[in-house]
Design a protein around this ligand. Structure first.
Ligand SMILES: *Cc1c(COP(=O)(O)O)cnc(C)c1O
Length: 363
């Protein structure tokens, strides 16, 4: 295995982990029921609340982000969910709801597009659901859903909870948990937070906790009420992935040091604009096009159609030979697109060089 120097690994998850964050994981273990653990969780509270833009508790689980997707389903859906599907992760949310025995109504749009507020409005009029699931930044297509507008449509109805996958939006673009009244919103450690994989982080509204109390199928490991009770006491539910907690504490410090979460959003916005400028210039001249339209582009992952007659996987392979790692297209878009994950600790300069590598691999 060849080691690649920092700043060349631009997968849309897992994303590259800064050496200082990796180093934090070398700390020896602590007792997870001792006072050091309480202090560790206490120290995370405010930085995480600032990241999620909430005054509520941020729950941390030792599982993939999909674990908290299942938590949202088990603890947030009574009978029937309207699942917004604009790509693979929206489809996963719907599939988990079905696997947990719920009725699922899918509202599906072509790949690269997003469900728009008027469509959601119509769908909610047509079907009697008690929850809506959506993916904010659909990592498989690079499309960013208009979350504030969609949340407003959901909240026109009483008793319909809004469950949000913010896995590649949170920390890389605004997610206003409290201002938008999100009932459940979650992310994973390995995307814009730029930690190794293995932690899920989420926030539950008072409404969701109240509903969860009435739902018999919450299970145990992913029961939001167990998490809420534990974190009220600054305790983990089970033996947590301690090393990842150490990494999270270090990354929280680094985000605060960089000027806070707002400064992180700004840097991600600048990385997205760098790709947009390239597509408007030399990239476009080579035949690259954005899959999502302007105004609906994720700040953390850019999904580009490759030039006519070219295969995205070949281009990604050629870029890898030059020592840079990009994402191939996902699912049905595997050959026709490539994806640049510009999140976490990456910079505009890194994105610029990655784009040059794409030019060389294409030319
Ligand atoms: C990566 C990703 C997930 C799944 O994360 P895991 O940690 O692999 O479970 C879910 N939703 C989106 C939008 C993602 O990008």
């Amino acid at each position: 295995m060849t080691e690649i120097p920092f700043g060349r690994f631009l997968l849309p998850g897992p994303t590259e982990v800064h050496p200082d964050v990796l180093a934090a994981m070398l700390r020896p273990m602590i007792a997870h029921r001792g006072s050091e653990m309480v202090q560790l969780i206490e120290g995370l509270e405010q930085p995480l609340q600032r990241m999620f833009r909430t005054e509520r508790r941020v729950l941390i689980g030792s599982c993939a982000a999909t674990g908290f997707m299942e938590m949202a389903v088990r603890c947030g859906i009574r009978h029937r969910v309207l699942a917004l599907v604009s790509g693979s992760f929206g489809a996963r949310f719907a599939g988990i709801a079905e696997a947990c025995g719920h009725d699922v109504v899918r509202l599906e749009v072509p790949l690269g597009e997003t469900v728009e507020p008027d469509m959601l409005h119509d769908a909610l009029r047509r079907s009697d659901v008690d929850a809506v699931s959506l993916v904010h930044s659909e990592t498989s297509t690079g499309a960013l859903a208009p979350l504030p507008e969609l949340a407003a449509v959901v909240h026109e109805r009483d008793d319909v909870l809004l469950l949000v996958d913010a896995v590649t939006s949170l920390a890389g673009s605004p997610v206003e948990t409290d201002a938008l009244n999100l009932d459940f919103v979650f992310t994973g450690s390995q995307k814009a937070l730029a930690l190794p994989p293995g932690l899920a982080l989420g926030v539950a509204s008072e409404r969701l906790l109240a509903r969860a109390k009435t739902l018999p199928g919450r299970g145990a490991y992913l029961d939001v009420l167990a998490y809420d009770d534990a974190f009220a006491e600054r305790q983990p539910t089970n033996t947590p992935a301690l090393s990842l907690f150490f990494a999270l504490a270090e990354q929280s410090r680094r985000i605060e040091r960089d000027g806070g979460i707002g400064a992180w959003w700004t840097r991600h916005d600048a990385m997205r604009r760098t790709v947009e400028d390239w597509v408007a210039g030399p990239g476009g001249a080579l035949g690259y096009r954005y899959l999502p339209r302007e105004g609906r582009r994720s700040w953390t992952v850019s999904c580009l159609r490759v030039p006519e007659g070219r295969n995205g996987r070949d281009i990604v392979r050629a870029v890898r030979k030059a020592g840079w790692i990009l994402g191939t297209g996902y699912g049905p878009l595997r050959e026709s697109t490539l994806r640049i994950g510009h999140m976490g600790d990456h910079s505009v300069d890194t994105v610029r060089v990655a784009l040059e590598r794409i030019e060389e691999a294409t030319g």
